[in-house]
Each structure stands twice: as structure tokens, then as C-alpha cells.
Ligand binder design. Structure first.
Ligand SMILES: [Zn+2]
Length: 407
């Protein structure tokens, strides 16, 4: 069989023998230990080959605004106030330019699938959505972008917001989000987004329980509505930092609740660590939900970037291996099995949550990213930086390892 390209010596899973990957017409047409072909070759050097990383929660519209928005208090309220003020001047061209900077970084870090959360309200209107929709089209050469529109500033308390969300869902948004904690009627907010999700037949991805007070929460209402609407497997909740404050017995109840309702848990360690616990001047709690405990019980869990260079998170290189390493460090995980779990939370689980496949098989599109590490756990431990990526057989980035100039 004639081939366009052969990738030689790649490992498709931990401990597997290296194989060759034959590519033709942008698709994988053969996988075998030693492919004989006249086609040009690339040497994978025994590295791990994956379909890329998936970022299930990334705000493109409010990224890269540190030059114009400052979090005065370091708190969640300080971040919300700063972005609300800056958002008045957002335009479609401005959001597009900042979003493109983030996507350029993400592609170079091996991310090939992103769910982006886009704010909709009467002030920003559909300006951010229009920009992100254009980014989705313009960056299709390198990644899949899924658009989640949501009411960051509340829904029932902010007349005009629902009509705009409906317009976005009609004009190409992929799913709906929520933010009950900013609404004057959080339970009504939850009921409304579930009703809209059913009406438009879309998944839900909700910002939830973003504080450290375990005496109350909205997670139970989300679980109840998920089951009532038959939406098991179609709902994700992000942050849920309260879970970090629960003793083991209450945590076990929460694990059972999410597992039984088929709800995915997204942890955003960079933001959760930066924002929560600001009322402590020592012994600061970490405020990162123990996703590994939920994952071990079979709950779909993701670790994601959330924010890049803004009042919620003044950092960001868009590296998902760095985020998985940060989570592992905070959660005090060091065993190989636990680090492997952290890798799954930036690959297998978010791919599944977003409705994509993470495995590399004959017949699938040649979307491939080469890692410099021999295993998934090593990629998390060493923050393995991808060496190159391709989409449909075309190279999408190239980041060679440093070449040392020894004496
Ligand atoms: Zn978010």
C-alpha cells in the first residue's frame, strides 16, 4: 500500500512495544511493528504518541487583560468586579486577538480539543461569541473548539440575558453553561438552564460552589435536576472548591452523588489556588477539590486551565501537563497509578466529556502529538512538553527539545 508518511518507533501506551504508523490522505491506514514503505519517515524515538490534550474549561474571551483589569482584593469578588468593568470595552476584534494569542499557546502545548466558556449578557451582547465563533473556524487547522455560552453575571437577575443566550444557541453555540452563585435566585437559575438545555438538546457545564463554606451548596440541586431531566453523562460542574473542605465520610457521600447522577467534575487548580482562602493570613486552605478520589470511583474528572493572564489567574502558558502536575502536587499524589490518573484528567476524560475519542486506531484521522516521555505518569511528573503535533497528517507545530552545547 502506498503511504504519504510513516512515523517510526512510537509507543501508543505505557510499556507497549514501539510501532510504526502509516498515514495516507490525512488518515491512519496502518499500525504495525515494522512497516515497509518508500514513503518519507519521521522518527518518534520511542516517545509516547497521543491524540493531544483536551482542555475542558478555558475562557478565551477574558484572557490576556492584565494591562486593563486588576484584582484589587485577590478575591472572587475582586476578579468579577474587575472583569465586569473591563468587559464594557470588549469588542469582537479585541476578543478575537486575545483569544488567538491563547490558542497559539495551546496548540504549541499539544492541546487539540478545547471547550471555551463565553460570557453572554446585555453589556457584551454577542460580541465575544462572534469572535470565538470566528476563532473556531480559523483554528480548525489545529484544534476543535467547542463553545459553551453562559450567564457569568446571573440569569434571572439580569433581564435580556436569556434572549441573548437563546440567540447564541441558535447561531452555533455547542452547549450552555451556568453560574448560579452570581444570581439572586440560584435555584431558579439552575432550573432555567436545565429547561433551556432540554429545549435546545445541549449539554450543560456549570460554574458551581466556588467557595470554602461546606455548610451549604448547590451541587445537590444540580444532581437532582440532572436525574429528573435524564441528563446523566451530559452535565459537568467546575470548581466545586467546597469539596476540599469535607471530611472523608461526607466526601464519600458526594462521590456517590456525582457517580450516581453521571455528573463530571472539573478542577481548575490555578484559579482555585489563587482565589480561594483569601480570608486567611496563615494556614491558607488549598481549596482544590480532590478530583482523584472521584476519579477512582468512576466519576469523569477533568483538570483544566480556566483563565490565562487575567484577574482570576494572573498566570498561564496553556500547558495541560503543567496543570496536571500542579494538581498532583496540591493533592500530594506521587505514586505512578495516581500520576496516571492525573494524565487521564487532561486526556481520556475530557475527550470523553466533549464527545471525542482519545485512542489512536486504524481509520481515524491522523491527529497526533508526540511526547518526550516514556509514560503518562512521567509526562505529569516531568511536565513533558510535546515535541510536535499534526492534524489530519499535516504538521501543526514543532517544538524540538533543547540541544545542549556541552564543552
Ligand atoms: Zn470558568
Amino acid at each position: 500500500m502506498s503511504l504519504d508518511l510513516v512515523i517510526r518507533g512510537a509507543r501508543l501506551s505505557d510499556g507497549a512495544a514501539p510501532v510504526d504508523i502509516g498515514i495516507r490522505g490525512g488518515r491512519i491506514v496502518d499500525i504495525a511493528p515494522d512497516l515497509s514503505s518508500e514513503a518519507s519517515t519521521m522518527d518518534a524515538g520511542g516517545g509516547l504518541l497521543i491524540r493531544g490534550f483536551a482542555d475542558s474549561h478555558l475562557h478565551l474571551d477574558k484572557a490576556c487583560i492584565l494591562d486593563r483589569a486588576h484584582n484589587q482584593t485577590g478575591t472572587l469578588k475582586g476578579a468579577l468586579d474587575a472583569v465586569t468593568a473591563a468587559k464594557r470595552d470588549f469588542t469582537t476584534a479585541d476578543v478575537y486577538a486575545r483569544g488567538a494569542r491563547v490558542l497559539d499557546k495551546a496548540i504549541g502545548q499539544g492541546t487539540t480539543l478545547i471547550r471555551t466558556q463565553v460570557e453572554i449578557d446585555p453589556v457584551i451582547g454577542l460580541a465575544g461569541f462572534d469572535a470565538v465563533r470566528q476563532l473556531r473556524a480559523d483554528y480548525a487547522w489545529a484544534l476543535d473548539l467547542q463553545i459553551c455560552v453562559f450567564p457569568q453575571e446571573g440569569l434571572l437577575n439580569y433581564p435580556g440575558t436569556e434572549e441573548l443566550l437563546r440567540a447564541a444557541l441558535t447561531q452555533g453555540a455547542d452547549l450552555l453553561g451556568g453560574c448560579p452563585y452570581t444570581d439572586t435566585d440560584p435555584v431558579g437559575h439552575i432550573a432555567r438552564i436545565f429547561a433551556m438545555a432540554r429545549e435546545f438538546d445541549v449539554d450543560l457545564d456549570v460554574h458551581l460552589d466556588f467557595d470554602l463554606d461546606p455548610s451549604w451548596r448547590h451541587m445537590d440541586e444540580i444532581a437532582r435536576q440532572t436525574i429528573a431531566h435524564g441528563m446523566q453523562g451530559r452535565v459537568a460542574i467546575g470548581h466545586v472548591t467546597k469539596l476540599s473542605m469535607l471530611p472523608p465520610d461526607r466526601l464519600a457521600d458526594s462521590v456517590a452523588m456525582l457517580r450516581d447522577a453521571g455528573i463530571a467534575l472539573t478542577v481548575l487548580p490555578a484559579t482555585d489556588l489563587f482565589i480561594t482562602g483569601r480570608d486567611h493570613d496563615h494556614g491558607v486552605p488549598r481549596g482544590v477539590a480532590p478530583a482523584h478520589v472521584f476519579h477512582a470511583a468512576g466519576v469523569c474528572c477533568t483538570v483544566a486551565t480556566n483563565n490565562v493572564l487575567n484577574p482570576f489567574t494572573p498566570y498561564g502558558d496553556c500547558s495541560l501537563p503543567r496543570m496536571a502536575n500542579l494538581f498532583a502536587n496540591v493533592a500530594q499524589l506521587g505514586e505512578t497509578g495516581d500520576l496516571d490518573r492525573c494524565f487521564a484528567m487532561i486526556s481520556d476524560d475530557p475527550f470523553r466529556l466533549l464527545g471525542h475519542r482519545a485512542d489512536i486506531t486504524v481509520g481515524s484521522r491522523a491527529d497526533l502529538v508526540l511526547l518526550p516521555c516514556a509514560s503518562r505518569a512521567a509526562t505529569v511528573a516531568e511536565i513533558g512538553r510535546p515535541l510536535w503535533g499534526m492534524r489530519a497528517g499535516r504538521m501543526s507545530f514543532d517544538a524540538p527539545a533543547p540541544r545542549l552545547l556541552k564543552p
